[in-house]
Design a protein. Structure first.
Length: 424
């Protein structure tokens, strides 16, 4: 259990950091202020500020976010009239820090009861100093000033010129796409590492390796590197087709067509009967042929990612074409349960699991659902076609509908996962 928990946290952490770093990097390159980069959700455990961004680690290792100025995720504390704060005024005479938290104090801070603020355009804050309601004071605020929010997190204020919507359409589109893009890159890299861990790349074709533990194929004259091109006259160009045909022949005499060095020959044998998952299958003692050359291993990251992506898109199509079931989906509970199985496969099992999840995360995030990256990209395309963005009210309404849908789906999927894995 401890190994599973640690592996789950590491795998989830890698997925979140890689995904969010894509948004973070391209936002920075686009001149968008990233106010916070968080790993985890919920109460803050640790924070560190550098280059205008506050990096935080939060209690629940179930996600993370990049809080870009002016984006939907940027829901910082609003300094409403009557809010008590303290101000630190720098040598320039402008406010450099605003403390709205009761968890910290500012050295030489000026107590102020806020009456009004403009921290986006004119950059000022005004209110009653030291409880003196007879005199209203206004202070100019530095462009790069920070605000300490109620939970003690210190972030930079968000003037209009560094907000998400101030970036060009192309920059915003790339920033939205960068998260899924990073997941695809991670999948390619990890699938390549998986092949190195295995010592080669399992062939998807009909070339086989002889397994001496069940010597039926070996005794019949089959050698490692041979291709089984037909079973009882049926063509077997892929490993899945070859395995399926042989599994049907348990205890039956079977004719195989073998290709070796470009020459074909016929071999007859009788597969052994074995029971797998309650089913009787035929076994002759062969496994997938392993390509061990460095070129095949290096390119395997791309080929395995492509093959897995095609399979995932096929599964999505089946879901939307009328075969939807909650069992087709899995949330954090399902991932945790599957992590236990992955750890039993050692390093190679965990690597394959990580690559699979990363590709899943990238594809799912590109679905055109409001609140997901794909929904934001769709809005970017609509803006490009209309040559103007949707109104803020319309965009907010669309996003809220998407969030509500995702929250409902998350609750249903989580409960279904609990029933599947923990309630017998």
């Amino acid at each position: 259990m401890i190994t599973t928990i640690i592996t789950f946290i590491i795998v989830f952490g890698i997925l979140v950091i890689v995904h969010e770093f894509g948004h973070f990097y391209f936002a920075k390159r686009s001149g968008i202020l990233v106010r916070e980069f968080s790993v985890g959700m919920g109460p803050k455990l640790f924070n560190h500020r550098a280059n205008g961004t506050t990096y935080t680690i939060r209690l629940l290792p179930l996600g993370g976010y990049v809080r870009m100025a002016g984006s939907e995720e940027d829901e910082g504390d609003e300094l409403k009239p009557g809010t008590p704060v303290s101000l630190y005024v720098g040598k320039s005479g402008k406010v450099e820090r605003i403390n709205a938290s009761k968890k910290s104090t500012l050295f030489n801070g000026i107590p102020l009861e806020v009456s009004a603020t403009d921290l986006e355009e004119a950059l000022w804050i005004e209110g009653f100093e030291n409880g003196n309601e007879d005199e209203l004071k206004r202070y100019n605020v530095d462009h790069d000033a920070t605000i300490i929010e109620s939970d003690g997190t210190e972030v930079q204020i968000a003037p209009k010129d560094v907000q998400f919507q101030s970036a060009t359409l192309g920059h915003r589109l790339m920033t939205n796409f960068a998260g899924p893009m990073n997941n695809f890159i991670l999948a390619i890299i990890v699938f390549t590492m998986f092949s190195f861990a295995l010592g080669g790349v399992p062939s998807n074709g009909n070339q086989v390796k002889v397994n001496d533990a069940t010597p039926i194929a070996r005794d019949a004259g089959i050698k490692s590197g041979d291709k089984i091109v037909a079973v009882n006259g049926k063509s077997t160009k892929t490993w899945s087709k070859l395995a399926a045909e042989i599994q049907k022949q348990g205890g039956k005499k079977t004719d195989l067509t073998i290709s070796r060095d470009g020459k074909r020959q016929a071999i007859q044998l009788t597969p052994k009967k074995e029971t797998e998952s309650g089913n009787t299958v035929g076994v002759i003692g062969i496994t997938r042929y392993m390509k061990t050359d460095i070129g095949s291993i290096l390119i395997s990251g791309f080929t395995q990612t492509w093959s897995m992506a095609v399979a995932l898109f096929g599964a999505l199509w089946n879901m939307v074409s009328g075969h939807f079931s909650l069992n087709d989906l899995g949330g954090p509970v399902a991932i945790f349960a599957t992590t236990s199985q992955a750890t039993q496969g050692g390093l190679s099992g965990v690597l394959y699991f990580l690559a699979f999840l990363s590709l899943n995360l990238g594809i799912v995030n590109l679905l055109p659902i409001p609140a997901l990256d794909g929904g934001k990209i769709l809005l970017n395309f609509i803006e490009g076609i209309r040559r103007k963005p949707l109104s803020q009210n319309v965009e907010t309404a669309i996003t809220l509908v998407g969030v509500a849908f995702l929250l409902l789906l998350m609750v249903l999927v989580t409960w279904n996962d609990i029933e599947r894995y923990f309630i017998k």
